[in-house]
Design a protein around this ligand. Structure first.
Ligand code: C5P
Length: 221
């Protein structure tokens, strides 16, 4: 807040939600707006960082002062994140990545046929980008931050996910009606691999973003 405590740092942030195409006109997607990732980008610029924002289908105006990379699908997002991560001090995975994608892409529009049941859609797993970035850290001291939306046993599931993914910080959201998706506000607990737990009360997505950067900056000191 007003202090350039991320000066000289390169931060990479993914934002938005992937869309996994079925045919030229259809995709499997999710409700992520990208607003939390953009708030992270704006606040990181304000704190002096060099920012690479990798966005998936947000439709939001580009934040000033950040380098923007566009990636539509999970596979494209993985490519972009791994490339940018090679030179990053921090990687924050705020994007909602589809866990699965259609096994096949139909080059022509899928048609309905009279009197016939619809064909099932076969899915295959997408790569877990966060786990891959955390496991493949090239730079010593590089920090990796993930997000998790949980509906129940929020803290226990969050701890388990933090460990499983191997990240340093995990921002855990309880998914609720007015919260998280598309809204301007958020409420979360930031879990740290060293055992730390920071509750962020319901408020603007910038406030949560600044808490993440406070925790990151403290780890660089
Ligand atoms: O496993 P889950 O989807 O709940 O984990 C959420 C976190 O993992 C987010 O930070 C998201 O960006 C990241 N993720 C990923 N690749 C996936 C699925 C999730 O990087 N295939």
């Amino acid at each position: 807040p007003g202090v350039p405590d991320l000066a000289g740092r390169h931060v990479v942030i993914s934002a938005g939600g992937t869309r996994e195409p079925l045919d030229p006109v259809r995709y499997l997607g999710n409700r992520s707006s990208g607003k939390q990732g953009y708030a992270l980008a704006r606040t990181a610029v304000a704190r002096g960082a060099r920012v690479t924002l990798i966005e998936a289908n947000t439709g939001l105006p580009d934040p000033a002062g950040a380098d923007i990379v566009r990636a539509g699908t999970a596979v494209q997002l993985r490519e972009a994140v791994l490339e940018a991560a090679a030179g990053a001090d921090v990687v924050v995975m705020a994007a909602a990545v589809a866990d699965f994608r259609p096994a096949a892409y139909a080059t022509g529009k899928i048609k309905k046929k009279d009197g016939q049941e619809p064909a099932p859609i076969e899915l295959v797993r997408n790569p877990d980008i966060l786990a891959e970035v955390a496991a493949g850290r090239v730079r010593p001291g590089q920090l990796v931050v993930g997000f998790a939306a949980e509906t129940d046993d929020v803290l226990a599931n969050g701890r388990e996910k933090l460990r499983r993914k191997g990240c340093d910080l995990l921002v855990v959201n309880e998914v609720g009606e007015r919260k998280t998706f598309g809204s301007e506000e958020n409420e979360a607990v930031v879990l740290a691999a060293d055992g730390g737990e920071t509750a962020v009360p319901y408020g603007p997505k910038e406030a949560l973003a600044d808490t993440v950067w406070d925790l990151v900056a403290a780890r660089f000191r």
